[in-house]
Every structure is written in structure tokens, then in C-alpha cells.
Design a protein around this ligand. Structure first.
Ligand SMILES: [Zn+2]
Length: 376
């Protein structure tokens, strides 16, 4: 490896540590990637280096500039791997899609994003058909203040039993359970050491002011919905409460679409409860979500790289919406949106994704590698 700048060495450490404790299991083996350093004799400019965990679940590969298109060997046979490029100059990740190993465990590496050094992470994806089994909308507190919640250990046990990796969402921003750095740190600490992702469902637009960047950076993702709906000159309306009425449905929809676009303009990864309508309007879903309105919110999600949640609790968005979003290049996220009871139950999400032609390539999964739930 060329001696990079200090920043580059630091980013490489970030790359290695992105797989958490499993970093300690990595075994370097140059023969797992071709061409490797022995190939320099044949006149290649760049070398490639490879490390793998003994169970073949994770590969970390480094390609020097000038390395020709490459293959990785020694993978599980006929298995799905999520591929992600890591830019050692900036520390930025980019998705490289799902790759399938051959029947003798060879993976063809995609084209390099540019002519430079690149690192590649391959992670075996435990899948259902071809879709990842993840629930990024799991709350461990009870639904209402009096309801029983789950401890982090109980949530992990559910993850293992269902074979579903969980993203546990705290809730807050500048108000609510999480409203400052101290309360966010308490949430992060409570889940430290558990094989779950830690996300935050934010409300309002001020959360970046109340929560410091270094604290937010410890989160695996941020989600937001548009269910606390502002009213001109009045208090916001909580759209999920029974009895919420909007006499002028068209006016509501126009304002709701604009509000969703604003929510989607934030630095978030997941759009939660997308296209949700108050109970009084749900029977008019297909009429009110016109193609023009769908296209507005879909375009905002695509432009800002926000994944659209397929939500089991409310059975939204509609298949028509998801097909339209998929055609526009959107990413999706799978979420039960349950509190304690029912977390990890994503059958609806998987069914609807499949029905709409959504593939593993289209599904957002946080960058930090978790162990497969049944291995922990
Ligand atoms: Zn939620």
C-alpha cells in the first residue's frame, strides 16, 4: 500500500473498524484477490490486498490505482454479498450493489468508481429470497406511557429468533425523550454492545441545533416522518390521533405534500410513515395521492438520497406508489413501526417489496456491519 497521507491512514482505520469487533477476526490472504501483489511481475502498476473473516462473511479488499478489474475468491458458494466502495481519500462510502458469488465462490468485482486507490467491503447478506431481513423502524419503549417496553437484551433475543436485524429508533429532536446531548448519549449507551443499529426518529427542524454533530455521528441513521403537521396560525396537528379532520382534503394534501418535501430536504436517511393519511382520509388514499403529488415527494426523496420506508404497521405506501418510486430510482427501507410488541415483523414489507419488483439493490441498510442475528 502506498504510504498515504495521515488523513488517508486514518480513513483506512475507519474502513477496517466499520465491521466492529469482527475486525479482530480478519485474516489477510493475498491469494483471495487477483491480480495480487505477485502479479506485479506481469507488469501491472497496482496491487490488491485482501482480508477475510474465517466464516467468509466479510471481505475487506484494497486496490491500488492501476489495478486491473479484479476477482475475489474464497467466498461462500452461490451467496449474496452487499458491495460497498470506500474512498480512502475522503472516507465516503458508496453502494456498489449486490453481488452473487459463483458456484465455486468467485465474485467479479465491479468497475472502480475512478482511476485511483479504492477499498471495497463485501458483506454476506442473510436474505429472504433476495431481500435483506432488516427492520429499521423498531421502538423498544411501549406504545403508550403505561405499556411495557423491552430491554435491549430482549430486543436482541427477538432479532435472533426472527432472523431479522433491528434498527432501534429513539425519538426526539429539541423536545421529547431525546432533546439534548445528554439524553441522546444515554440512548446510545443503552444499546452499546448490542448487535443492533441505533437510529433517531426526529421531529421538527431544529434537531441539528439541539444535538451536537459528534453525538449525531454515533447514530447509524436518522429517520423522520411528516405526522406532526403544522397548521397556519395554530398548533401542529398529530395526524395519527383519532378524530383528526380536514374539511378541505385537497387543501390538506397540497400543504401535506409541501411539508413532506421540506421534511425530505433534511440530512436524514429514512422517510418514515411515508404517504400516511389521517384515519378520516385513508379510504381516499388512491384518489388523494395523485400521480403529480406522488412524483413531487418521490423526486424529493431521490434527490436527497432518502430511503422510502415500506411500513408494516400502516401497510403503506401503496404498491402503485412504490412502483413509481422504484422507476424513479428511489431506495427503500423496511420498517415494522412497532413499539415493543411486534418489532422485527416485516412480512408485509417483504411481500410488498417483492410484489413491486424491489430488489436487495434497492434496499437501504446502514453502513455499520452487524453480525447476522443468529450468529450472536
Ligand atoms: Zn416511529
Amino acid at each position: 500500500m502506498q504510504t498515504g497521507s495521515g488523513a488517508q491512514m486514518q480513513y483506512l482505520q475507519t474502513f477496517a473498524l466499520s465491521i466492529g469487533k469482527r475486525y479482530q477476526e480478519l485474516e489477510p490472504d493475498a491469494d483471495l484477490v487477483s491480480p495480487n501483489k505477485t502479479a506485479v511481475l506481469r507488469g501491472y502498476e497496482g496491487w490488491a490486498y485482501c482480508s477475510r473473516t474465517p466464516d467468509k462473511q466479510i471481505f475487506l479488499v484494497y486496490f491500488e490505482k492501476g489495478c486491473p478489474r479484479s476477482q475475489v475468491r474464497g467466498a461462500l458458494l452461490n451467496a449474496a454479498y452487499r458491495a460497498e466502495w470506500f474512498d480512502p481519500r475522503t472516507g465516503a462510502w458508496s453502494a456498489a450493489g449486490m453481488l452473487t458469488s459463483s458456484k465455486i465462490g468467485i465474485i467479479d468485482v465491479p468497475d472502480f468508481p475512478a482511476d485511483a486507490d479504492w477499498a471495497l467491503r463485501l458483506t454476506h447478506e442473510s436474505t429472504d429470497g433476495d431481500l435483506p431481513r432488516v427492520d429499521l423502524h423498531a421502538h423498544i419503549e411501549g406504545e403508550s406511557p403505561g405499556d411495557n417496553g423491552l430491554s435491549p437484551v430482549e430486543a436482541t433475543a427477538i432479532s435472533r429468533r426472527l432472523g431479522v436485524r433491528l434498527g432501534i429508533l429513539g425519538e426526539g429532536g429539541c423536545a421529547g425523550e431525546i432533546h439534548d446531548d445528554r439524553t441522546l448519549q444515554t440512548f446510545l449507551d443503552s444499546l452499546a454492545g448490542q448487535p443492533v443499529w441505533r437510529g433517531l426518529q426526529v421531529y421538527g427542524f431544529d434537531w441539528q441545533r439541539c444535538l451536537s454533530k459528534s453525538n449525531l455521528d454515533q447514530l447509524d441513521y436518522v429517520a423522520a416522518d411528516a405526522l406532526v403537521f403544522p397548521q397556519p396560525g395554530a398548533k401542529s396537528v398529530w395526524l395519527w390521533l383519532p378524530g383528526v379532520q380536514f374539511p378541505d382534503a385537497q387543501d390538506f394534501m397540497n400543504r401535506y405534500v409541501d411539508y413532506n418535501v421540506r421534511v425530505l430536504s433534511q440530512p436524514i436517511q429514512v422517510w418514515a410513515n411515508p404517504t400516511y393519511l389521517p384515519a378520516s382520509l385513508q379510504s381516499r388514499y388512491d384518489e388523494l395521492w395523485t400521480p403529480e403529488r406522488m412524483d413531487k415527494v418521490i423526486a424529493a426523496a431521490v434527490k436527497n438520497g432518502v430511503a422510502i420506508e415500506i411500513n408494516a404497521h400502516f401497510a403503506i405506501p401503496s404498491a402503485a406508489f412504490i412502483r413509481r418510486a422504484k422507476a424513479a430510482g428511489a431506495k427503500f427501507s423496511l420498517g415494522s413501526n412497532r413499539h415493543a410488541v411486534g418489532i422485527g415483523e416485516i412480512d408485509f414489507c417483504l411481500r410488498r417489496a417483492r410484489e413491486c419488483g424491489v430488489t436487495a439493490n434497492d434496499i437501504y441498510v446502514p453502513t455499520r456491519v452487524l453480525p447476522a442475528p443468529r450468529e450472536t
